[in-house]
Design a protein around this ligand. Structure first.
Ligand code: F0G
Length: 351
């Protein structure tokens, strides 16, 4: 949106940063809340998509990262570090570049979608591939930041959550009230924690009369919050949420319990079906992890846990261009045409 100042300026009194902090922003937030007509028809509810792929680096992480990097600069940090399945690292790299900080990212070797890696490369951060999964990377990042002079910008840093909660404010500001249900994908569980914090703050201050029920969805091969046990070897096509031991475990359970919500699992097949449906019928191209919220929408609408007639917001967390490999997988070979209108007409079956 033209003129949108970024989430810190938009919600300055609700984000606990030093008053004199110089804001590092790429004008993140202010993302579209798009009414999803096809999904509304399928579910019998009024469904909206909070399209977080429209953020500057293509994911919701920018909301937390503007806050984390602003605070790091205010504290005099020279370098930041994070563990990531790809989006946090892309965002950290961009904001660190803008702020002139050194940035190091720890990523699980071979398990980062191509677009995210390209972003980290272009923004000039130090990419350290680790022989382990995200959970190993996060442990390593935490230990490194505890021992050496480098600031941790994962969502275990509370200012990240305060940045990300602004998405809940925006939903309420646009609708004029909270939705009945808020659905989102869950990996490290920072985002569900952040949305719940945003909704409860608005409710406490009387901006909204009621809070939504929070429905979180994990990938079936990486669903520790559903099974109740950390998953040692998480696996899913949705690499962004390939996480076995979420750092904000308690925050997610608290959001579920306090909101009378649920956390359930969706299979990779359900995720991929929702991913394709969203692109083909709603015109919204997201990365696979983001489609977990839509897979969860279809699942809970079908079995009645999501009653018809509800107002529902699904957060779709990251842009589809992040992961071109998954989009192009199984694509038939292109036919090459001569420069000839009749050939085009023939290929389109117009004649
Ligand atoms: N969707 C996308 C596209 C993500 O990148 C992530 C997390 C999530 C959903 C889950 O959010 O962790 O707050 O529950 N990505 C992190 C990363 C782990 O490193 O980029 P969460």
């Amino acid at each position: 949106r033209a003129g949108w100042p970024g989430i810190i300026a938009a919600y300055r009194d609700r984000i606990p940063l030093p008053a004199d902090a110089e804001i590092v922003t790429l004008h993140e937030g202010g993302t579209p809340l798009v009414e999803a007509k096809h999904l509304s028809g399928l579910t019998g509810s009024r469904v909206f998509l909070k399209v977080e792929g429209a953020n500057p680096t293509g994911s919701f992480k920018d909301r937390g990262m503007t806050a984390a990097v602003t605070l790091a600069v205010a504290q005099g940090a020279k370098a930041v570090i994070c563990a990531s399945t790809g989006n946090t690292s892309a965002s950290a790299a961009a904001y660190a570049a803008k702020a002139g900080l050194t940035c190091a990212v720890l990523v699980p070797s071979g398990k980062i979608a191509l677009g995210k890696l390209a972003q980290a490369v272009m923004h000039g951060c130090r990419i350290l591939q680790v022989d382990g999964n995200f959970d190993d990377c996060l442990e390593l990042a935490r230990k490194t930041a505890a021992e050496f002079p480098i600031n941790l910008v994962n969502s275990v840093n509370p200012i990240r959550i305060d940045g990300q909660k602004t998405a809940a404010f925006e939903v309420c500001d646009v609708l004029g009230h909270a939705p009945d249900f808020h659905l989102l994908p869950v990996g490290n569980a920072g985002n569900i924690t952040a949305y719940w914090k945003g909704y409860t703050e608005y409710a406490k201050d009387g901006v909204i009369a009621a809070t939504p029920r929070m429905f979180g969805f994990q990938a079936a091969g990486a669903a520790p919050l559903v099974t109740g046990e950390p998953v040692k070897h998480p696996e899913t096509i949705a690499t962004a949420i390939r996480i076995g031991d979420p750092a904000s475990w308690d925050g997610a359970i608290n959001a579920r319990n306090e909101s009378n919500g649920l956390i359930d699992a969706v299979t990779d097949d359900q995720i991929l079906a929702a991913y394709r449906l969203l692109a083909a019928r709603e015109g919204v191209f997201v990365e696979p992890a983001s489609a977990a919220s839509i897979a969860g929408l279809l699942l809970t609408a079908a079995d009645g846990r999501l009653p018809k007639g509800s107002t529902v917001v699904c957060t779709v967390t990251g842009h589809g261009l992040k992961d071109p490999d998954t989009a192009l997988k199984g694509m038939p070979e292109f036919e090459v045409l001569p420069v000839e209108p009749s050939a085009v007409a023939h290929a389109l079956e117009l004649v």
